[in-house]
Design a binder for this molecule. Structure first.
Ligand SMILES: [Zn+2]
Length: 74
């Protein structure tokens, strides 16, 4: 079970790394925070795959609220 989780994480990581770096940076620095009512950047993020795309969840760099962003599969 633990191995499966590690493999899933590796796959997600690979999918994330396949996105060009400038786009990844843009994704991480353009997340809507409902608390700030503004576009903020993401810190302490983790990436998951829900089958539809990658879900990047983390914290707002301004207020620390939990924020998430979906990167849809092309
Ligand atoms: Zn915020």
């Amino acid at each position: 079970m633990k191995n499966k989780v590690v493999i899933a994480m590796a796959v997600v990581n690979m999918q994330w790394k396949r996105i060009p770096e400038n786009i990844r940076e843009e994704i991480l620095s353009n997340v809507w925070c409902s608390n700030c009512q503004d576009v903020v950047s993401l810190t302490d993020y983790q990436i998951e795959n829900n089958g539809l795309g990658l879900i990047i969840s983390g914290k707002c760099s301004v207020c620390g609220s939990e924020v998430a962003r979906v990167v849809e599969k092309e």
